[in-house]
Design a protein around this ligand. Sequence first.
Ligand SMILES: Nc1nc2c(ncn2[C@@H]2O[C@H](COP(=O)(O)OP(=O)(O)OP(=O)(O)O)[C@@H](O)[C@H]2O)c(=O)[nH]1
Length: 618
Amino acid sequence: MVFNWFRRQFGNSDGSSEETSTETPQVEQEQEVTEEQESGVADDDLLNWAKTAYKNIQKQQEEATEPQEEPSTPEMAEAIPEEESASEQPTVAESEVEITTEAAEPTTGKLADQTVEETAPTAETLSEASPDAVSVESQEEIAESEPEAEAVESPVVAEASEAEEAEIPVTTESVTVESAPPSTEEPTTVASTEQKTSAVPPITEDPTSVESETLSPVAAETESAPTTPVPIWARSSAERQARLERLKETAIELPEPEPIRVPVQPVEPATTTRVKGEVISGLAFDEGFMWSAQVLAAQGRRPEDVSVEEISWLNRLRQGLDKTRRSLINQLKAIVGQGPLNQDAVMEIEALLLQADVGVEATDYIINTLQQKLREEVLPPEQALAYLKQIIRDLLDRPLQESYSPTFVPEKDTLNIWLMTGVNGAGKTTTIGKLAHLAQKSGYRCLIGAADTFRAAAVEQVKIWGERSGTEVIANPGKNTDPAAVVFDAITAAQARNTELLLIDTAGRLQNKKNLMEELAKIRRIIDKKAPDTQVESLLVLDATLGQNGLRQAEVFSQAAKLSGVVLTKLDGTAKGGVALAVVQQLGLPIRFIGAGEGIEDLRPFSSYEFVEALLSG
Ligand SMILES: Nc1nc2c(ncn2[C@@H]2O[C@H](COP(=O)(O)OP(=O)(O)OP(=O)(O)O)[C@@H](O)[C@H]2O)c(=O)[nH]1
């Protein structure tokens, strides 16, 4: 039984949920929650719930840190059951262990093996046709289909699918660059790498080996010289100096590499203890824990099923919205709960909401709805605030009731494609890494397509996230590759491997760059054509710290990529949180995930209940 982080429930590996065989939609659940919560979870009950959860987490952590015998010899390593050592997708525990320096090696080893296995048969093919040539083929195919993309459907699709079978092995091999051997690299890259390495002689070079390597020419020179023989140590050092000079002359100046934007994750010191689960130290039974416990208990969660990651996540979310909450809550309490809002009260609430980035439209809606209720009923402050929370929750869930599916869970045993789009630096690549991690933890076969071919370091960045999450990355080593060709290759690979979730990274682009938006539209067309029966989700990644400014991009993205949802990132920073309401009110799109930190665990499916509690609970 696997905990599915996309639905935050336990489910069997076939994707069915144990608790809800009836598949209760998220919204319904949250509404039940609301009623339960409003009826009030008794203080004593809550304390007991929190204590049980805390003890349970402590137990989980103790078990997780229990030392297990590491296989110290190859024979012992072989004794590990096959599923554990050779499974394609690492288990949660394995992928987490890989964070430690010691355990990272097996992954690399596995990937290297795999690449060797996969690339070996193509080595000859590649000597005739470089990987670029192969990808050019698929690019040509895309280019061919491109002008007819909209008008002529079936012949092109047929062509693509006919070509598919023959193409799969070649494409897969040529684009899997996770740990591609040098033979699959462009010849120019290899040459420059050689130059680079030879230009910097190893500092720890063994003098004796240098001697034996260089003695003969030097000895020949010194033999012919009439002067006194130079000692061996002096000869080798002179020779080394001369060689260094020669290399300096022929050395090529390499440009400074572009920085890769991946936050450094704390690396656990290498120990002989095998970590079975994640251990988050310093979890205190404090106010934050109690608040998280209350939120989880109100959602009908059992204390035995709560994990440290969930508590930590809620704490982080609350901390991220701390400043906004403080400025909203006290003032709102003072204003509401005194009968219908007068002119001053309306203006005060308006100012508060606008300052929190809620936007004009959503602010008007909230005030009008609240005013209507307060005219009908006299509510004390606490109840008025509870009603305000309800209004905001309804607003956030509106797209789910109108046009979008209430759940956002990749379907098991079939391919789901999630395309990530957005402006530069919004957090697309980071989000992909976090989503891949969630997918691996939840037992999905996941793959990443690195279609951000615009920024040189982007592919490296997404590969680092791939390593962290134990997810393979499909990329094309060629420069200025057509991103649509990478997407084509990634879908081919995903189809061949029975992948369940393919995450596609795209280059950041401004919505006013027409050619780049056309490129995005082309990517979307390729997806629809190559995987016509697939559930495709197109997510706009929005930096919450940009507030209202971030929303202007959405309309153009929506047209090009057929958006179906939003990922709101950086809620841990200077973001005011209210932008979530503006997103839904102005764009009509549901928020599917929220990010609150740079770490791999800092992303969760969006829950309007948790968000509103983090924003408005006192
Ligand atoms: N504090 C915080 N930082 C984040 C979050 N998500 C992403 N970042 C940071 O934002 C920066 C940009 O993230 P990327 O994932 O590279 O953004 P991108 O959209 O892929 O960028 P381009 O490839 O240039 O379009 C990085 O430094 C990330 O660590 C978040 O939720 N919180």
